[in-house]
Design a binder for this molecule. Sequence first.
Ligand code: NAP
Length: 338
Amino acid sequence: MLIKENFPLKQFNTFGIDVKAKYFVELKNDDEIVSFISKGFWRDKKFLILNGGSNILFTKDFDGVVMKIITRGIELKDETEESTLVKAKAGENWHQFVCWCISANLGGLENLSLIPGNVGAAPIQNIGAYGVEQKDVFESLEALEMNSCKIITFNRKECKFGYRSSIFKKELKNKYIILSVTYRLSKKPVFNTGYGDIQRELAGAGDKELTLKKISDAICRIRSSKLPDPVKIGSAGSFFKNPAISREKYIDLLKKYPGLPGYPGEKGGYKIPAGWMIDHLGWKGFRHGDAGVCATQALVLVNYGHADGSEILKLAQKIQESVETEFGIILEPEVNIY
Ligand code: NAP
């Protein structure tokens, strides 16, 4: 467990921003995590628990301790006739984990194929896609309470999952390190193909007999066609959250923008695709220096090579301002900004 100093983070954030961490440590199993936390090196410093680095924008060097979780392991737990519990360590790559479940013929996570990041980050923002959220099959998680160094188990209710949120983004932010997550997956999966994009993609493939693998493949094709190739272009996926507005506000906006999509959301309100508004304002494909807006998905900001984080942030702020001026809606970043 070596603490490295002035450590470059470029390869540890998917935006590819070239910054350094004052201290950097990789923790490869739960014992190392417990031991590092109990020794207290992090206590009087800024700290960051880094998983896949896929939801983060560094705007400057990180003047503190970066703890990179690289724990690995997937195991099958209890089984019933209907379902199986699968437990994965926090450092497992999310998409590889989803593929592992599909090859074991266990259903529930296939719609979440190709979401970047690691297992440990999935419950924090309750990742979701195409009508499924990880909470739908979530059983429990184990997390280390950093102050007391106790390992606590949280069930679904205790995680307080909401739309792209959980207790770990709110009142327990920066208080726990997630060590592992357990999902209850189905041996007799019910396919969830209600979203238009999936229906069109599956219809295009012309294959009527569905399998978990076919759904996952269709989603991978959709995502790959919209999102920048991570090997060539840096990004952190969707930069902004899709905002929720009241029914009254949505009806009002429809008078001016009859094409504005809206989907019934929480508490009688409507979810509005942020990408639609950004696209409507002409930002799609915009580029200034190496900071830009993806040409195929307006919700994704990109680094064409050497943008620094503050250039990306400046672009994000301009987009926020123009959306607020035109639609009266404040876009909130989904990405964590440091
Ligand atoms: P999209 O499919 O263009 O959808 C944009 C927005 O419209 C989202 O808010 C989506 O809700 C909503 N929507 C679309 N069809 C819907 C339907 N039939 N019923 C209800 N709501 C509908 O979005 P995209 O940016 O290309 O992303 C595709 C999927 O990946 C979306 O589900 C998106 O949420 C998900 N995604 C998740 C993450 C993450 O978890 N961090 C990051 C990027 C994208 P939902 O958001 O509820 O689906």
